[in-house]
Every structure is written in C-alpha cells, then in structure tokens.
Design a protein around this ligand. Structure first.
Ligand code: ADP
Length: 334
C-alpha cells in the first residue's frame, strides 16, 4: 500500500534540471578511535543525520544551484516525516512514495580516527520504490537536463526512470553504488556517464568479464591501461573516483562530451579530510548540477567542479549536510 505526497510548487513551477531517483536513509554515526573487532565493545560518540545516496546526491545538486527533483520511498514514520521537511528546507522538490509496513531506510556508520568508515544499510521503504511512482513523474523527467540514479532503490524504478529519460534525450548519469551481485547490467549499459569508485569499478569488471580485479591494483595501472579497462564497460563515459587520488575520466568519444582528450586524470583538491562519508555522493550531485547548468561546456569542467564540491565535503562531518554550497565552492577555489 503506498500513497503519494508531493512538495511540488504550484504556480510558476521551475522545471527540474536534475532528477535524482534514489534512497533516503537516516544515518546513525558512531565515532571511535579504532574499529571494534568482532565481539569487542569500544566507546564512541554518537550523532545522527540524513543520508542515503539518492538524498545526499539531491542535496549536493540543489546546493550547487540546480533545480532538483527527488523521487524516493519512505516509511509512514517520524524519520519519513523528517525527510520530507528536510528536502523542503533544501529547496528539493520531493516526490515521495509513502510506504505502509516498511520503515524509512537507516544506516549504521562507524568512523575511526583515520576518517575511514564501515557501514551497514537497512533499505526499508527504499527497496519497494515502484515504477508507478516513477511513471507519475514522467513529464518532469522528460523535461529535465540530467537524471541521476544509484543502486539503493528497487532497480525496476531506476530502470523505468532511465528508459523515460533516454527516450527524451536526457543525459543519464548512473552511480553504480553500492556494488550489486551481477553488476546491475541494464542500468550500466543504459547510462551515458558511469561514476564508480575503485571498488565498484573492480566489481563491475569482475561481473562482466569474470576477471577478478583487485581494487588496489587499479591504482597502480597507468592511464592507457586504465582507459582500456574502462572501455570494456558499455558506458560511453566512465568517471572513476579514486578518493584522495582524485578522478580518472575515460571517454569513448571525447568530442561528444566537448572534451579534447579521450582520457585524463584530475588530482584531488588539497583539503583536510575529516570524514569521507558521502564523498562520492557530493561528487555525483556536483557533476550532475554542473552538466545540467552548463550543458555545452567541456566535460572536464564538470569533473573539476565535482572534485571541488567533494573535496570541501570531506572537510566536514556528515553526509548530505556536509556538502558545500556553490558560493562556498567559489569562495575557496575561485
Ligand atoms: P566514495 O565516497 O564513493 O567511496 P571516493 O572515495 O572515490 O568515493 O571519493 C569521491 C571523490 O571525493 C574523489 O574523487 C574526490 O573528488 C573526493 N575526495 C574523497 N576523498 C578525498 C580526500 N581525502 N581529499 C580530497 N578529495 C577527496
């Protein structure tokens, strides 16, 4: 049983530039000097805040100034009510499927003194986001510039969004996170731009070719070898995020993205990392927003902007709420 609520503005509605189809999770975060071993108890500090890859990415896109629509499923519970209120306060146009009998998604995050994280996610309502809820947003999807999807909601919903967007010529970015058994093939081949981190990339190559690729070994590859590996995936542009090592971009056809090089790297920004939770989400939202706002500019500029957004995000604790706004990005990097 699901009902639909909307925070849609009625008059003079701005058409959404970025549509994010994805998860909302309430993050519960414990900071501790080092991770406990199985069976061990450690003391730590607790905090809670909004998260979920979809929501984090929607906040990131909205904070960069793109009119952002977010399609998601939540439980009929206080965490779901808080999600709707928060989206409104971030100027995100939320299209909520409110699911009776499933809780709003939650995540348990452990953080150690080295800013590493360990995470368990309970998807709850996210797992039943329906194609019907997507279909109800068809007109907005068709009018958007960019669609952004991930792997934290029911794949049938993401696939429906991608097929509507593709048919309308909307740029489809797919963030293949977290890794899926079998790789999530249809979403990967349907995307224009794929944004894995090194672990997700290794899982995709393994799922596709049966090769076991070690994520650490990827870091040792030279650019030509990494480009060749990216080209084994069906997506025309692969943006491989490499944490503190920055980003690697691989195009099948650079001219189609207004770039001159088929592959290149950008180093990470020089920042003081305190919490890398949600770095990839900040990056994806920043990338989607830039591409939506500047569709004719070189793709490299979008990657540079996303790298800056993500770099600033890791300087603060939290996921969604750690994402900088466009004016903060400008102030820091010009
Ligand atoms: P995920 O959060 O999905 O694991 P990554 O760890 O690859 O993704 O980080 C995504 C992006 O965030 C990087 O490509 C980079 O732009 C930025 N980033 C992450 N860690 C750092 C860091 N320590 N210093 C600067 N930028 C970082």
């Amino acid at each position: 049983m699901a009902t639909t609520r909307s925070t849609r503005r009625k008059a003079n509605k701005t058409a959404a530039q970025v549509v994010v189809v994805g998860s909302f999770n309430q993050d519960h975060v414990w900071q501790t000097a080092r991770f406990p071993q199985p069976g061990e108890t450690r003391l730590g500090r607790f905090s809670t805040g909004p998260g979920g890859k979809g929501f984090n990415q929607a906040v990131s896109a909205a904070r960069q100034g793109a009119a952002t629509l977010f399609v998601a499923a939540i439980g009929r519970d206080p965490l779901g009510d808080a999600a709707m209120a928060l989206a409104k306060s971030e100027r995100i146009d939320g299209r909520w499927q409110v699911v009776a009998g499933e809780p709003t998604g939650t995540a348990a995050i452990l953080l150690d003194a080295q800013a590493q994280n360990m995470i368990v996610v309970a998807p709850g309502a996210n797992a039943v986001l329906s194609p019907a809820q997507i279909e109800a947003q068809r007109a907005d999807l068709e009018a958007a510039q960019v669609l952004l999807t991930q792997h934290e909601v029911h794949p049938a919903a993401s696939l429906r969004a991608q097929s509507i967007a593709r048919a309308a010529g909307v740029l489809c970015i797919h963030n293949p996170a977290p890794p899926l058994d079998g790789g999530g093939d249809a979403l990967i081949s349907g995307a224009d731009v794929l944004t894995p981190n090194e672990t997700e990339f290794a899982a995709l190559i393994a799922a596709r070719d049966g090769d076991s690729v070690d994520a650490d070994a990827l870091l040792a590859l030279d650019d030509d070898a990494l480009h060749a590996l990216c080209r084994r995936l069906p997506t025309t542009t692969v943006v491989l995020t490499l944490g503190a090592r920055g980003v690697f971009v691989s195009h099948a056809d650079p001219a189609a993205r207004n770039d001159s090089a088929a592959h290149y790297r950008l180093p990470a920004e020089d920042v003081r990392a305190v919490d890398t939770t949600g770095a990839g989400d900040a990056f994806n939202g920043g990338l989607a927003a830039w591409l939506a706002l500047h569709p004719q500019r070189p793709f490299r500029e979008a990657v540079q902007y996303a790298n800056r957004v993500a770099g600033l995000a890791v300087e603060s604790h939290g996921a969604a709420l750690a994402v900088p706004r466009a004016d903060e990005v400008r102030k820091r990097f010009g």
